[in-house]
Design a protein around this ligand. Sequence first.
Ligand code: 8ID
Ligand code: ZN
Ligand code: ZN
Length: 373
Amino acid sequence: MLRNTTVRLSRPMVFHGRLTRLQSTFTIPKTQKGVVFYEHGGELLYKDIPVPKPKPNEILVNVKYSGVCHTDLHAWKGDWPLATKLPLVGGHEGAGVVVAKGKDVKNFEIGDYAGIKWLNSSCMSCEVCEQGHESNCSHADLSGYTHDGTFQQYATADAVQAAHIPKNADLAQVAPILCAGVTVYKALKTSGAKPGQWVAISGAAGGLGSLAVQYAKTMGLRVLGIDGGERKEQLFKSLGGEVFIDFTKSKDIVSDIQEATQGGPHAVINVSVSDAAISQSTKYVRPTGTVVLVGLPVKAVVKSEVFSHVVKSINIKGSYVGNRADTREAIDFFSRGLVRSPIKIIGLSELGKVYEMMEAGTILGRYVVDTSR
Ligand code: 8ID
Ligand code: ZN
Ligand code: ZN
């Protein structure tokens, strides 16, 4: 049984020029439900765990919904050459309500909507942070990886990096924007593709892909999607995609894509979890075009044939989530109704089922977990 303690949080605030006192009452339990694992690939335990206490620079967010990103599956499996904390609560697409905050937090009030994203905090003082590339900081603390994430009802986040979510937002819908949305929006900017040009989204009907199609379209690009199966094609078309290439059916994917785009897409956003698909994109990209690497299959190496790489003068660029401005902009596209999240909602206790479907490649769009069940 949960033992609840009622905490009265009061803060002075200036209201219509007068100093008044606004009282917010939130019941913050001592324990909560969360999904924890103790070793990579080990059991995903849905159990009672302590509610974390925010540090002076942190907010405590009552996470209502969290998207499930393929990165969470990589973290659980231990796919990458970067250690996680263990035991770990995964998750980094959390949307909820600020219920407490540390004494140094100036940019959030109790009751505000907040988003927890992959970059929980960075040092803010190194050269890359100084230049606004804080996700590339070597001291980055990562939600659901090195810092317990959003697969729990209450999670802490550095207030500087936490995202502001408008009060009227649907928290389940906005959750995937916090990683998938920001990441693909940034990747599209990184590609340098201009309105009217072709962009190929490889992995177009997954979590990142289904948002990439929409951001690309609203940025004025022509969208070709690559994924496998009729259900994926239907989703792609329903999101406004123009040409779909089914990698399970195409006999010559390179020439099919080049033909459909009159010489190859000007940019490719690789969000599949397939190193073969990533290497293929260096072949079909248009001369002088840009291949953007986003998906992170285990031990993947991108192979680009040097002669054509030089003669076509193609670019290969990595793109890693986005900074605070990218986050604000990506949320703004969502708030204005220009992109929507194709989501299915499931209880947090059923997280393991989502990983199974993800591993099998059968997910359409994004699964979002409801932390209350
Ligand atoms: O900042 C970053 N770079 C970043 C941020 C967030 C996520 C990177 N990622 C990484 C994840 O860690 C993961 O490796 O992007 C990858 C995709 O994440 P996701 O969109 O959350 O995964 P998903 O929902 O499983 O979608 C993957 C899609 O790829 C398709 C699948 O059918 C699925 O729809 N796909 C596969 I697997 N093989 C394909 C192929 N050969 C393919 N599509 C086309 N060709
Ligand atoms: Zn993610
Ligand atoms: Zn830094």
